[in-house]
Design a protein around this ligand. Sequence first.
Ligand code: FPP
Length: 250
Amino acid sequence: MAAPTANSPAHVAIIMDGNGRWATQRGLPRAEGHRRGVETVRTITFAARDLGVRMLTLYAFSIENWKRPQDEVGTLMSLLEFYLKKELETFVRDRVRFRTIGRTEELPAGIRKLLTATAEETKHFTDYTLVLALNYGARTEVMDAARAYAAAVANGEAKLNDPNWSSFSRYLYTSDMPDPDLVIRTSGERRVSNFLLLQAAYAEFVFTPVLWPDFTKADLEAAIADYNRRERRFGLTSEQIRATAPANVR
Ligand code: FPP
């Protein structure tokens, strides 16, 4: 594994888009685009770690994706099942912690079982985490968090007038995750599509025209280089940021 660079974003999140167009352009069924998309998931999981990333979150299935034609939903579920069966061994061998965000309780039982087993068997790894967003939607996440917060207020665990973001954000699916530093969307679309809306409040965004099945380690490296050319200000001024930055990043 290459040594992580000081400037690597710790958490990269990716909206993997363009599988369908990749297939259509080649006269292939959309399912073939998704199958190739899974190959890219494998490549990029390890490429990100080589580039010094500590956490990679991939938007694999949104709540809205259930509205796709039934056969396409079936293909995506089969691919997910196949992927999980195949990858568990790799994650254990290569020390990848695996976890999910989203309403996974609504996924088919066979997949739920695999998700639980994979998360359980890899939970002690600390260097690198792969997060799959599955049956995920940011608005649903906020509603789930609001419900949990209200219940905590009702039973006295949380204070209604507590003004801290951290006292609410602990009810999000991502409570124990750092916010993404860099969000990438492939395929030329420039939308957020209900992905990590709150967590990406201060993230940098990179939009690339490359379709997900064609996305390579070099493309990820280019996105990280773009990220490194930017100044993250978190609402402060440029002067304030430069005054507080450590000497090696000034
Ligand atoms: C977007 O392509 C992609 C998705 C619907 C989700 C990503 C899914 C995969 C990469 C495969 C399954 C993943 C795992 C981890 C098993 P699109 O179909 O919207 O492309 P289009 O906009 O060109 O039609």
